[in-house]
Design a protein around this ligand. Structure first.
Ligand code: C2E
Ligand code: MG
Ligand code: MG
Ligand code: MG
Length: 277
């Protein structure tokens, strides 16, 4: 069962992912050393406007490239970083790298935003929003060109620090997205309380889509709700033109997935972005 789970997760990489060797036990000191030795890299995956095909934003996805070339997926070290108190340092590096790289991105004459995933530990940290805004200012990036992705099960709005961070970010113009929407603790009450701009429909809702006339009541309901709330929607994990057509015909504004590009250090989309800049 474990092997099956690992396979399922590693399919998300678009490259060979090797499980850490049996003897490899990562700890907080490993992560700190890896940061010093610059073993972390960001890959970027394009998010396209489904109506026009224009790249609208790109999501930053972190990977750990070990000295032997082995690539460790984020699912295997983000939680470890949180547990060992190194997530804030790692998160600072991720934010700084992502916002600096986004400053040069354009497509069809329009600036392209960067989407960065926030971990629960970062959202809980009282200095998080301030640090995000400092990175944005250092890079001279328009705040609207940064999107922070939140996974609902990773944070609680009962926490004063979390609420303060989200208000500070929204006040500054940084956009907020709910990631993996429809899984975990999706709460409509929370959606009402948060100043969210974007809903990302989890890949698990998109994968079963094969037929152009397939009734997909939950996806249809999410699209209607997002429309009523005035939110943009990104469908995650689009792998086939049929899935893209289904979503476009039903008013889904944006899509992300292998159909448009796998996460890569210099995704094909980035080459296009740079050319038209
Ligand atoms: P996520 O934010 O929901 O990211 C989307 C995941 O789906 C990525 O996996 C991406 O490679 C994969 N994916 C995209 N399109 C497709 C597709 O068409 N088919 C399939 N099968 N998979 C697709 P990845 O990069 O392994 O990241 C996994 C999770 O790790 C992310 O889920 C996110 O929750 C977390 N993560 C990644 N980078 C960061 C980071 O910088 N900071 C934090 N805190 N978490 C991160
Ligand atoms: Mg995400
Ligand atoms: Mg997601
Ligand atoms: Mg996820």
């Amino acid at each position: 069962a474990d092997a099956a789970i690992f396979q399922a997760k590693s399919r998300g990489y678009g490259q060979t992912v090797t499980a850490p060797r049996g003897s490899t036990v990562h700890n907080g000191a490993d992560i700190r050393r890896a940061l010093e030795d610059q073993e972390f890299v960001l890959h970027y995956q394009p998010v396209v406007d489904l109506a026009t095909g224009t790249v609208d934003k790109a999501e930053a996805l972190v990977r750990w490239v070990r000295p032997d070339g082995q690539i460790v997926p984020p699912d295997q070290f983000i939680r470890l970083a949180e547990q060992t108190g190194t997530m804030l340092e790692l998160g600072d590096w991720i934010l700084s790298t992502a916002v600096h790289s986004a400053t040069t991105w354009h497509h069809d004459g329009r600036p392209v935003a960067v989407s960065v995933n926030a971990s629960g530990a970062e959202l809980q940290d009282p200095t998080y929003a301030r640090r995000v805004l400092r990175h944005v200012a250092d890079a001279a990036l328009a705040p609207e060109r940064l999107i922070i992705e939140l996974v609902e099960s990773d944070f609680s709005l009962a926490s004063r620090a979390v609420r303060a961070n989200l208000v500070t970010l929204a006040d500054a113009g940084v956009r907020l997205a709910i990631d993996d929407f429809g899984t975990g603790h999706s709460s409509l009450h929370r959606l009402d309380q948060l100043r969210v701009d974007i809903l990302k429909i989890d890949r698990s809702f998109i994968s079963p889509l094969t037929d152009p006339d397939q009734p997909m009541p939950v996806v249809t309901a999410i699209l209607a709700m997002a429309d009523a709330l005035g939110l943009d929607v990104v469908a995650e994990g689009i792998e086939t033109p049929e899935q893209a057509d289904w979503l476009r015909r039903r008013g889904c504004s944006h899509g992300q997935g292998y159909l448009y590009g796998k996460p890569a250090p210099h995704p094909p989309a980035t080459a296009v972005l740079h050319r038209s800049a």
